[in-house]
Design a protein around this ligand. Structure first.
Ligand SMILES: NC(=O)C1=CN([C@@H]2O[C@H](COP(=O)(O)OP(=O)(O)OC[C@H]3O[C@@H](n4cnc5c(N)ncnc54)[C@H](O)[C@@H]3O)[C@@H](O)[C@H]2O)[C@@H](O)CC1
Ligand SMILES: Nc1ncnc2c1ncn2[C@@H]1O[C@H](COP(=O)(O)OP(=O)(O)O)[C@@H](O)[C@H]1O
Ligand SMILES: [K+]
Length: 494
């Protein structure tokens, strides 16, 4: 499944369903999905592993308490610990709470958690879901701290790991605020963007979507772009093809001291299938002795015979660099703007205006700090809402904007967004972004529309990182020069 739903859409779908079926039905189905997932986990764990549900004050807590009831009916030793001893405020949860007590069910207090943790329970996190309005505090924050000290306990988050914003993937209250770290998140009605980008990637674990019987794909707000969608964009090469069939990429960058950045972009372009690759560097030709097929071009030689330009990797911010960017923006060729090209645009309103009025396909590939410079905010603000800022950047520039980093986000000026479901912290090393810029330029040169080139390129790049990490589990030590070959493997049809 690839559809992503914002909280507001989930709420609307929920209301529509409750009007049709009456209250309680969805909670019944949600609790069943949680109980099913918990039962599966419990069967893998040592016999008699207790199941402990953390029950919050809203309907998320209602899901948790009803799941406990269902697990007990199936013979599992499931227990509930409530954040508050009083009845829940949410109506469906209140009904579950009263039914549970009417049958003689017990609910412990959350401060009993330390004693349970000594027995290595399976933990169900039902503290807060999509109704979280502020940072976790008090007993909820303390429960997160205790669970952080007990990483051996498996945790299943209900709907959203408590503390994570389901729309943005940021931790509510900032990166240092408490949030549950789950092994699995069972998310209700539809998948949420905030489970797949930024800080959330260290909190959500695997994501299981429980649709609860609501058909709603048409209401999706965004897309999770993974292998299945990537494979649909791959086209077999015609037998009767030649190097001219796959486009020529011009990489503009590689000033003295950072020549390698342009060469990495050139290798990336080569790896993603470009027919020919040229490098134009401001301080004289740069060569890649290991890649003798790469050609050089004079820095001011123009764009003849070129099908796509990749500009900015190691370019510097000299007047010469600015002129080259001005020429590239003026050309009618598909363009990737990375690194210093983005910094030059951020510093020069005339270049920014030129970018905004450009008609040819244009992809911007900022990391969060570059995105921050372009939008006039801090990188912390970017990370607090990666999707919102990617959309703002696309709207401001009229270009396809890819904000990189864990859970890269691609946004289009028309308001569509995709989260890339591929990536690895192995990629957090200098030069990997240069490779990506070249990869996307090669796909543009092969006539792929900007949105497809950005998504496929970023997915292949993220998958290349994952491939490398398979044989290097610590994730440390990847050199960017190793990436292009892995990108080629990732781009092979399954
Ligand atoms: N209504 C329904 O039929 C369904 C609801 N579902 C569940 O219900 C959840 C949403 O329920 P709610 O809207 O009740 O929201 P939550 O269960 O997320 O909790 C919201 C409650 O917590 C309070 N609150 C928010 N942040 C707090 C904080 N930091 N500290 C203390 N209190 C805080 C709010 O004032 C509100 O009372 C979903 O995530 C999902 O788990 C699912 O069962 C699907 C069906
Ligand atoms: N923790 C991470 N998880 C996934 N991808 C990452 C992570 N850290 C970095 N990356 C990826 O590595 C690349 C780094 O690019 P960038 O910051 O521009 O580096 P450079 O300019 O040195 O090439 C981006 O594609 C980014 O998405
Ligand atoms: K939760």
């Amino acid at each position: 499944m690839s559809a992503l739903f914002r909280t507001a859409t989930i709420r609307a779908l929920e209301r529509e369903c409750i009007d049709r079926l009456g209250g309680g039905v969805l909670m019944e189905r949600a609790a069943e999905a949680v109980a099913e997932a918990a039962a599966r986990s419990a069967r893998r764990l040592p016999r008699a592993t207790p199941i402990v549900a953390l029950v919050g004050p809203g309907n998320n807590g209602g899901d948790a308490l009803l799941a406990v009831s269902k697990l007990r009916e199936r013979g599992f030793p499931a227990h509930a610990l409530a954040l508050s001893g009083t009845e829940p405020s949410a109506a469906d949860a209140r009904a579950v709470w009263h039914r549970w007590h009417a049958r003689g069910g017990a609910v412990g207090a959350l401060d009993g958690l330390p004693a349970w943790l000594e027995r290595r329970p399976l933990v169900l996190d039902g503290l807060f879901g999509i109704g979280l309005g502020r940072a976790l505090e008090g007993a909820a924050a303390q429960a997160v701290r205790l669970l952080d000290q007990a990483p051996q306990c498996e945790t299943i988050a209900i709907d959203v790991p408590s503390g994570v914003d389901a729309d943005t993937g940021a931790i509510v209250g900032g990166p240092d605020a408490p949030a549950i770290r789950a092994d699995l998140t069972v998310t209700m009605i539809g998948d949420k963007p905030g489970l797949h980008t930024g800080a959330a990637l260290d909190h959500a674990g695997a994501v299981l979507v429980a649709g609860l019987g609501l058909a709603h794909e048409t209401a999706a707000d965004g897309e999770l772009f993974g292998r299945a969608l990537a494979m649909k964009l791959l086209r077999p090469r015609a037998r009767d093809s030649h190097k001219g069939s796959f486009g020529s990429v011009l990489v503009v960058g590689g000033a003295a001291g950072t020549a390698g950045a342009a060469l990495l972009a050139a290798r990336g372009a080569q790896a993603a299938g470009a027919g020919k690759v040229f490098v134009a560097a401001p301080d004289g030709p740069v060569f890649d002795p290991g890649q003798p097929q790469l050609m050089t071009r004079g820095f001011e030689a123009g764009h003849e015979g070129i099908d796509a330009i990749c500009i900015g990797c190691g370019l510097g911010r000299s007047a010469k660099a600015g002129d080259a960017l001005e020429r590239a923006l003026r050309s009618a060729l598909p363009l990737v703007l990375d690194a210093d090209a983005l910094n030059l645009v951020a510093d020069d309103p005339a270049l920014a205006r030129q970018l905004a009025t450009r008609a040819a396909p244009t992809v911007l590939t900022p990391h969060p700090l570059e995105a921050a410079r372009l939008l006039g905010v801090s990188s912390r603000e970017i990370q607090s809402d990666r999707i919102g800022h990617a959309l703002a950047l696309a709207a401001q520039t009229g270009a396809t904007a890819l904000i990189k980093g864990a859970g890269s986000v691609m946004a289009l000026p028309d308001g569509c967004f995709s989260i890339l479901a591929a990536g690895s912290p192995a990629l957090a090393t200098a030069g990997t972004g240069d490779v990506l810029a070249g990869v996307i330029a090669a796909l543009l040169a092969q006539r792929m529309p900007a949105a497809d080139a950005a998504r496929l390129g970023a997915w292949a790049h993220g998958s290349a990182g994952e491939l490398w990490q398979r044989s290097h589990p610590s994730g440390a030590g990847l050199s960017a020069a190793e990436l292009p070959a892995l990108v080629t493997s990732a781009l092979a049809p399954a």
